[in-house]
Write a protein that binds this ligand. Structure first.
Ligand code: OOG
Ligand code: MG
Length: 248
């Protein structure tokens, strides 16, 4: 386990692809590897700022051939400002995907059956996630991708708004002004609040803290597209937009 975690951490730091992990790793073991990968980032000074859900839309499950909801962790070093630059040389083979992001206004104890994560959310924003698998050719199985912090790379978000009705908002991803993906927040498990509830269940099982101020990526509403030297914009109806630029 520690060996896999060290390899994954080094692959991320050096932006170098590695082979998939050995067969036969259970999902619990995969989350343990993910925790060990993140422990190395924390030891190097990064701070946990939230969580990310993966495979909450059919579009993503079909694209990656995986069909279970997964959770990864977000650190302060993964955050890019709205309008900011993404250095392509620091990533293996980045892709971008349109998301929404929630902010928690208070701590949530996921092990408490009476705690309600949805009511703890105090704001929502449009987001773009830059995913970057550390595995060669972006190919992995479920255990591989969980161990690899669910392909977590970078993320940016736009202005916070009160949550309101976010069950069916149009989502658009454009590259250099050309629309490349269309979707809806309804693609996220039928309603993004379902993604939050799934997160609470997985957090209870796998030991993810959910704290006031943490941000939560709900999972992409559409398939991801490769990021090159271009401006990527995500727009969510009623929530505004967010932009990042891929640079050398
Ligand atoms: C895994 C990450 C999935 C999402 O939003 O579904 C994810 C991957 O596709 O490499 O972040
Ligand atoms: Mg994502």
């Amino acid at each position: 386990m520690t060996e896999s975690a060290a390899l994954l951490h080094k692959a991320q730091r050096n932006a170098e692809a590695i082979p998939q992990l050995p067969e036969g790793i259970s999902l619990g073991e995969a989350y343990a590897i993910q925790h060990a990968v993140l422990a190395q980032r924390f030891a190097e000074g990064e701070r946990l700022v939230g969580a990310k859900l993966g495979f909450t839309s059919r579009a993503k499950m079909v694209q990656m051939g995986v069909s279970d909801i997964i959770v990864g962790q977000l650190t302060d070093a993964m955050r890019v400002e709205d309008g900011g630059e993404v250095r392509l040389s620091t990533l293996v083979h980045p892709r971008v995907e349109p998301e929404i992001i929630f902010r928690l206004g208070r701590d949530v104890d996921p092990t408490d059956p009476l705690s309600d994560i949805v009511s703890a959310v105090d704001a929502v924003a449009p987001a773009v996630e830059v995913i970057d698998s550390r595995y060669r050719d972006f190919r992995f199985n479920l255990a591989d991708v969980i161990a690899d912090n669910t392909s977590g790379g970078l993320f940016a978000f736009g202005g916070w708004r009160p949550v309101g009705d976010i069950g069916n908002r149009a989502v658009r991803l454009s590259v250099d002004g050309r629309d490349v993906q269309f979707g809806s927040t309804a693609a996220i498990l039928g309603h993004p609040f379902r993604a939050l509830r799934q997160l609470a269940g997985i957090a209870a099982r796998e030991g993810f803290p959910l704290l006031a101020g943490h941000v939560i990526l709900a999972g992409a509403a559409t398939a991801a597209v490769p990021l090159g030297r271009s401006v990527v914009r995500v727009e969510v109806a009623g929530l505004g937009s967010v932009t990042v630029r891929g640079v050398d």
